[in-house]
Design a binder for this molecule. Structure first.
Ligand code: RB5
Length: 153
């Protein structure tokens, strides 16, 4: 499993915490920045991580900003990305099991490091259930194509 992680300035400190967590469990990861608390625009990092996951090079992405909302909105614009904003482990479990989420987003101004670690653990250790959920994910992919066609008319 390869994980792409990233944050803006507001998420930097929690991203560092998550990075240490991944290191501790020997999970292969790449840090797409930011590398300090200097102000940064979350869509730039969301794009890099979404591209890394969308290309298939990375299994999952983890994106952190102040609320997790901006990262989630931006990442979900990328084809093939299903980003889920989670503030507790229950949602993280079902984001994977039912929605086949491939990016987890979290808000560093919303949750603390202990809770974030539990969310990450749940997200990375839950498999997609398939079955009836596969059909629903296919419908999401169909919506993506329909929306793209409408936008180009
Ligand atoms: C940065 O101040 C903040 O707007 C950003 O981290 C994020 O919360 C946006 O959704």
């Amino acid at each position: 499993m390869k994980v792409a992680i990233g944050s803006d300035h507001a998420g930097y400190s929690l991203k560092e915490h998550v990075r240490q967590q991944l290191k501790k469990i020997n999970c292969e990861y790449k840090d797409f920045g930011v590398y300090s608390e200097d102000r940064a625009d979350y869509p730039d990092i969301a794009f890099s991580v979404s591209k890394a996951v969308g290309s298939g090079e990375f299994s999952y992405g983890i994106l952190i900003c102040g609320t997790g909302i901006g990262m989630s909105i931006a990442a979900n614009k990328y084809k093939g990305i299903r980003a889920a904003l989670c503030s507790e482990p229950y949602s993280a479990r079902y984001a994977r099991e039912h929605n086949g989420a491939n990016i987890l987003t979290m808000g560093a101004r919303v949750i603390g490091p202990g809770l974030a670690s539990n969310i990450v653990e749940q997200f990375l250790n839950t498999s997609f259930a398939g079955g009836r959920h596969s059909n629903r994910i296919k419908k999401i992919a169909d919506l993506e194509s329909i929306a793209q066609n409408i936008n180009t008319v």
